[in-house]
Design a protein around this ligand. Structure first.
Ligand SMILES: Cc1cc2nc3c(=O)[nH]c(=O)nc-3n(C[C@H](O)[C@H](O)[C@H](O)COP(=O)(O)OP(=O)(O)OC[C@H]3O[C@@H](n4cnc5c(N)ncnc54)[C@H](O)[C@@H]3O)c2cc1C
Length: 476
């Protein structure tokens, strides 16, 4: 095995969920020269991980796993070790249980059944509204749960306090000597590609930041989440996709009633997570195949000589009116007392979907000094500690032999990929949605969801509270 140079300079582009986990893993392994760059203070307002809470599931033990199961089980087991035993991660894991369920769609039911298959001993089947209500103490879940069916995994799953984790990991990294550069000095606008004359051709030598400074390093790690796609031509392997987050406020007594609630995830409607202990906010996400924001990428189009569109993240602290309605409908069916509470927080949240929803953690095939850690695909927070370990393994050249091919650069999986592919997701009765067609937006203080559409026309025409986060960059 190649000897590891612990003094080599390492630049991590993006101090979100995976960038932080990577920095922590590398510094703990003895790497001494690590800098994390982020365009915002950490936790960044555009980081998918900068959220109240996220679902987390532990992995299964299986010797006969096929490739896909091997991938997920290995990463889940790696992550679970951190959430259960690492003093930095463990305080934030709440294994309150998880309910996988659906209503009427036969394909959704197939998905729910496949979730439980082979793990029947740890699953409690839920067939009726009474079964669902009985997952909590009487009086907690008061909804009618019409036609809901699924399985309750009582143990080894639940949720993690996401923002708290990011703050703790950043703090520990800083304590161990990782440098953080944020704001314009940390905002990467370009990967610097040069031929350094070593006879190996072009390579990524470092980055240029928004203040015009060029930093040269030995290894660049790209963990910029949904915005990574703006810095590199991923050959359609990444699709920045947005989902929504809404919070409603509860009283302390109401929050106490929902204490230790399993996470009910209805793959046709959405999910909510136990209220925050400190603020008593209940986070609710509606489920659907996601929103995309297609723009023509002139740079790539010119290079390839064909029309080239890609989805460009926009930051927005409101949610589409149809999402607001879906959130209220979900609450109405489960926790009707809270269905009409004003929102205390709303936000669009972007992640990058790969075509097969497996992560993309590998060295770039053309630029050997560039390590990629991207493709959270809607389920990358619970597994962030594992992603950090595998990205660190990639830097050190010691990735598990069975795992490496599953994480490789794989443009063939994205060939002919349509951006409108639902990727196995359900909800909303429609496919992937065009963010430009959103009829109106709802945020904190908007009392009536329907009225907020007035004057805004097609959603993206209202620019005052929205910011593109991706298109200003240039790409290699
Ligand atoms: C609504 C929603 C709900 C989700 N729920 C769950 C869940 O319940 N469980 C789960 O496991 N996962 C969940 N996920 C997925 C999970 O949040 C992501 O997969 C994961 O956080 C991705 O981590 P990341 O580090 O790749 O990206 P991020 O956390 O988004 O971090 C990217 C970082 O890069 C920085 N950055 C971007 N561009 C630049 C640049 N040019 N220069 C410098 N810095 C830059 C950003 O500021 C940010 O800090 C959810 C995602 C969404 C959108």
């Amino acid at each position: 095995m190649k000897e590891i140079d612990y003094d080599a300079s390492i630049l991590i582009v993006g101090g979100g969920s995976w960038g932080l986990a990577t920095a922590l893993e590398l510094v703990r392994r003895g790497h001494k020269n690590i800098t994390v760059l982020d365009g915002n203070d950490i936790p960044s307002p555009i980081a998918a991980g900068n959220d109240l809470n996220k679902i987390m599931e532990e992995g299964d033990e299986a010797d006969d796993d096929k490739e896909t199961e091997y991938f997920w089980n290995t990463l889940r087991r790696l992550a679970a070790t951190s959430w259960l035993t690492d003093p930095i991660y463990a305080p934030f894991y709440h294994p309150t249980g998880f309910i996988m369920c659906c209503e009427s769609n036969p394909s959704a039911w197939d998905l729910v059944q496949s979730y439980a298959r082979g793990r029947e001993s740890e699953m409690t089947p839920l067939h009726s509204p009474e079964d669902f209500r009985a997952t909590m103490a009487p009086g907690a879940l008061t909804g009618s749960f019409p036609g809901w069916r699924g399985f309750w995994k009582r143990e080894r799953a639940g949720w993690v306090f996401a923002r708290g984790t990011m703050e703790a990991v950043r703090g520990e990294c800083a304590r161990l000597g990782v440098r953080f550069v944020t704001g314009p000095k940390g905002k990467v606008v370009k990967l610097v590609v040069r031929d350094n004359g070593d006879g190996k051709g072009d390579d990524v030598m470092g980055v240029e930041t928004a203040d015009g400074v060029v930093r040269f390093v030995q290894t660049t790690i790209l963990t910029a989440g949904a915005n990574a796609d703006a810095l590199l031509d991923f050959e359609r392997q990444l699709r920045p996709t947005a989902w929504t987050i809404a919070h409603v406020g509860l009283t302390a007594e109401e929050a106490l009633r929902l204490r230790d609630m399993p996470v009910p995830y209805n793959c046709e409607r959405g999910f909510f997570i136990e209220p925050s202990f400190e603020t008593h906010e209940l986070k609710v996400c509606d489920e659907h195949p996601g929103y995309i924001n297609l723009e023509v990428d002139v740079e790539i189009a010119m290079e390839k000589g064909e029309l080239w569109e890609r989805s460009v993240p926009v930051q927005k602290d409101k949610i589409p009116v149809e999402s607001a309605r879906a959130v209220r409908e979900l609450l109405n069916l489960t926790l009707p007392d809270f269905a009409h509470r004003p929102f205390t927080h709303t936000r669009l949240c972007w992640d990058a979907d790969t075509a097969d929803r497996r992560y993309l953690i590998t060295r770039h095939p053309k630029y050997p000094s560039l390590v990629l850690g991207v493709g959270g695909s809607g389920h990358g927070f619970g597994l962030a500690p594992a992603a950090g370990k595998v990205i660190a393994d990639t830097v050190e050249g010691c990735v598990d032999e069975r795992l490496a091919p599953l994480l490789r650069w794989r443009p063939e999986t994205a060939k002919g990929r349509t951006w409108w592919e639902t990727q196995g997701r359900f909800g909303a009765g429609v496919g992937v949605r065009d963010i430009k067609n959103v009829a109106g937006w709802v945020g904190v203080g908007d009392e009536d969801e329907d009225e907020d559409t007035a004057g805004e026309g097609r959603g993206m025409e209202s620019k005052e509270d929205e910011k593109e986060t991706g298109s200003v960059f240039s790409k290699v």
